[in-house]
Design a protein around this ligand. Structure first.
Ligand SMILES: [Zn+2]
Length: 86
């Protein structure tokens, strides 16, 4: 029991943030990181994040009902949930 190592919480670690009201989720951080390499107005952004399964993905699709940005895997699932016409 000698040294207590203090790890400062880095403000640079990416968080998941909504890009704009009603917009898609995306990894975002104040500083450039390997996960967020692209500069974006007030910080840096990386992969999009699915609004359904919350997994990072290459791109997200905009759904109308429910209004959501989802990955390619979730898109057909949610569209199917909506069901067919009677
Ligand atoms: Zn998904």
């Amino acid at each position: 029991m000698s040294s207590a190592t203090v790890h400062t919480v880095s403000s640079a670690s990416p968080i998941v943030r909504q890009m704009w009201a009603g917009g898609p989720l995306r990894r975002w951080s104040q500083k450039k990181t390997p996960l967020t390499p692209m500069g974006y107005s007030s910080g840096f952004v990386g992969a999009y994040v699915c609004g359904e399964c919350l997994a990072p993905c290459e791109g997200v699709y905009e759904l109308r009902e429910p209004y959501k940005w989802v990955c390619a895997a979730c898109k057909p699932k949610l569209e199917r949930v909506k069901g067919g016409r009677r």
